[in-house]
Design a protein. Sequence first.
Length: 623
Amino acid sequence: MKREAAPEQEVISVSASKGKKKKYDYRLNGETEDLNEIEQALLNNFKRNQGHSLRTLVGIYKGHYAALFLSVLFFAVKHSPVWILPIVTSNIINIATNPGENAARDIILNVVFMTVMIAQNILSNYFHTLFYSRAIRNVEKDLRGALVRKLQQLSITYHNEMQSGRLQSKIMRDVEQVETLSRQVFISILSIIMNIVVAFGVVITNSLTVFCFFLATVPVAVCIMVVFKGKIKSYNREFRKDMEETSAQVMEMIEMIPVTRAHALEEMETDKMNHRLRHVATSGLRLDMVQSYFSSISWVAFQIFQVLCLGFTGYLASRGRISVGEVVMYQTYFSTIVAQVSSIITLLPIISKGLESVDSIGDVLLSMDVEDNTDKEKLPSLRGEIRFEDVGFCYKDGENAVFEHLNLAIEAGKTVAFVGESGAGKTTILNMVIGFLHATQGRVLIDGHDIEGLDLGSYRSRIAVVPQTPILFSGTLRENITYGKEDISDEKLWEVIEAANLTDMVKKLPDGIDTNIMEHGSNLSGGQRQRVSIARAFVRNPKILILDEATSALDSVAEEKIRVATERLVKDRTTLIVAHRLSTIKNADVIAVIGHGGLQEIGGYEELMEKKGEFYKLRQLQI
């Protein structure tokens, strides 16, 4: 049952169409408008060939076909000695068994010719490698670039639902698997195809009878591959998913090490990871064993064929139908065919793994849970007026609405603090103002514009967020503060540092503002990290400022420094604050108590304390 709308109060608005549901169709249309042509072509290729991994792989190299053709051409030249050697060997054997008056000269000519053909391998191999490696490395770069750009476009909901370890695995491991597959295609598979074609070509021009014998190997190879292909693909998919899950759990384990060590839970965490690693090992063993059966059965089958070929050509030679040199030539070519078919069978697991990685990359690139700003209004300026009109919100998998019929008007330049029990919806309200979450009912208006019709990029460039947990990256303190605003002058930067109450800290650092910050800012205290976040907000000079529990985990000294910095930051800005420590929001213009699916109370600090309502009860619990 839906709650009644909150009673009208001084800063509450009720002018929205009630009950109107909005559906958000996350579309691919336009979300790549800023992509360069190469990344756009990659995305179009994945969309066009969805479900066809091999066609997708070929399409990835569009724009590199000329380089690949030249690579194939030079490969044929550099590999030609392998194909010519059996013919030269046959010639020399035939000359030696039936020498004529020019036998020595003919042998020398064959040897010189073969030496020249072998020597040219150095130059032709250089150009072959140059052309295919350049193409592969560029595609590798483009794939990772497209994935990174797509991750920046995907919604916050997508990132909350997808473990970061899985995404890291797709960017690094899966692209690496595609690169490995590409190398196999342009080295191993290319070599295999050419060797087989040349071998069959030479044989068919010399003896149709021997050629027919050679053809008998093809059905055997096909049957073996058909039998094992499905199992190998299935086991590869299972192993990839297990590796993604393990990668995600390893990242979580590393993040949890301080907590684990603090509670003496090292053995428990080790046992949990060992259990996961045993599962991966078992999955990998199944894959290894089916690949082993595949390889051994094919090897035995083709070795038997090779022995039969030797016997068959030996019989033909004994009947005088072919020469002794041709026995060696046919045996060499048949050995080549056997080796190449065996190589195909050996490569099948690698091919299957690579194509599985192509599909895995497509899972991200084809995801439609994106933020679409196509043709939306760009704000030329921002005053900072915010209105919630009959707003309701329910999470995708939530049974109950977080709130319904929320009506609230926030004047530009005012500070509003949201309080209430955990889970009441305070942070949800902030995320709706940022545009991370979307109302399932009603409207959120920014300066009178429905946020659903705004280009969120242009809007967010004028706001700043100071999260509960400061997010710092490896780099200098300067880079962390000026993130996204690197053109700021040193004079302005020091003004920001002073305003954020960071001056004393910076002076104590070994390299001052250019001191390197460790991962997650681990060489700074919690209060210092939070003040760096505040400095980052100062640099942006935002019109709307969002503070989400900025002092919840700090001691009283650090909290006081944050409070002073925050008071400077909120001046003349629309500020939304979520706070658990109610003593920190005495100076807020308005305090909104959120709970039971809506707005329970609203007013100034003293006003709410005098009412002795919900805010008063919350405050009493903290005294």
